[in-house]
Design a protein around this ligand. Structure first.
Ligand code: SF4
Ligand code: SF4
Length: 289
């Protein structure tokens, strides 16, 4: 079972919810931070890191002694990552998507492979039982999808081997990385707050994720703030509000210290245990649909 925790915008409490679900999950679980631009699930779970893998992308390296400057590679590359200028050939590794097209098409076999570092994947364990996987994009790197693909491949293989469920902390928003982070999930948890900004971005997330046809459940953070539009929208669109996290000073203080919300008091502990059960039921309903 894969649960993706997503939000229409940053700062709604998505990672707070993901961390609380991870420590409350009743079975073997892997917590995966796919917000590779700005991973912060580890700040709450504080895993003991046991493995750091550098993730690279294969990019072209041209042997000019073999090149006839026919331009076939430059005409093929949609990303303008390789260019021929007279009797010179230029590559722009930062723009390369690593599709391998130019290498395959070169009639002279002049294009070999080198690598560009995308970032790292960290593997660790929190609370002695929560497997943690984090993708961390290199500073200055713009291309997150290949790193996300690498982390997802590892997550799927390892969770299958261990019979573990997966909790994904997705990137905020509705961009390609956010869509790709929720693509494999059985249930999407949308975390929002009942403010005008929260409501607007929540509706965008609903519009983006609805066509995937996956069960969605809503967690309202900072409940008590703002107005009732999030609740009205959920009623109109048949979206279950499965948890409300109250707008309380002690919660904000706990969060600001990097502590896990489900461990603040018995009430929140029970609330997140219940949320785990609700999400498992939603995933089961989907299996039987
Ligand atoms: S396709 Fe090969 S031979 Fe043609 S310009 Fe590119 S590198 Fe040179
Ligand atoms: S590998 Fe693909 S994206 Fe990169 S330079 Fe070659 S054709 Fe362009």
């Amino acid at each position: 079972m894969i649960v993706a925790v997503a939000s229409g915008k940053g700062g709604t409490g998505k990672t707070t919810v993901a961390a609380s679900l991870a420590v409350s999950w009743p079975r073997a679980v892997m917590a995966v931070d796919l917000d590779v631009d700005e991973p912060n699930l580890h700040l709450f779970l504080k895993p003991q890191i046991t493995e750091i893998e550098t993730v690279t992308l294969e990019v072209p390296e041209v042997d000019e002694t073999k090149c006839t400057f026919c331009r076939a590679c430059a005409e093929l590359c949609q990303f303008k990552a390789i260019a021929v200028m007279g009797k010179a050939i230029l590559t722009f590794p930062e723009m390369c998507h690593g599709c391998g097209g130019c290498m395959a098409i070169c009639p002279e076999g002049a294009i070999g492979v080198t690598t560009r570092e995308l970032g790292v994947m960290e593997r660790g364990t929190a609370r002695g039982r929560v497997a943690c996987l984090t993708g961390r994009l290199r500073i200055g790197e713009a291309m997150s999808p290949p790193l996300m693909r690498h982390v997802r491949a590892r997550m799927t293989a390892e969770a299958e081997l261990q019979g573990a469920d997966i909790l994904i902390d997705a990137p905020p928003g509705v961009s390609c990385p956010a869509m790709s982070a929720v693509a494999d999930s059985d249930v999407i948890v949308l975390v929002t707050e009942p403010t005008p900004f929260g409501f607007y971005d929540f509706t965008l997330a609903w519009e983006a994720f609805s066509p995937l046809g996956k069960p969605m459940a809503v967690v309202v953070n900072r409940a008590g703030l703002g107005d009732g539009r999030v609740y009205d929208f959920c009623r109109e669109h048949g979206l279950p509000v499965v948890a409300e996290i109250p707008y309380r000073r002690d919660i904000a203080e706990h969060y600001s210290k990097g502590l896990v919300l489900a461990e603040l008091d018995e009430g929140l502990k029970e609330q997140f245990a219940g949320l785990c059960r609700t999400l498992a039921s939603l995933a089961k309903e989907r299996d039987h649909a």
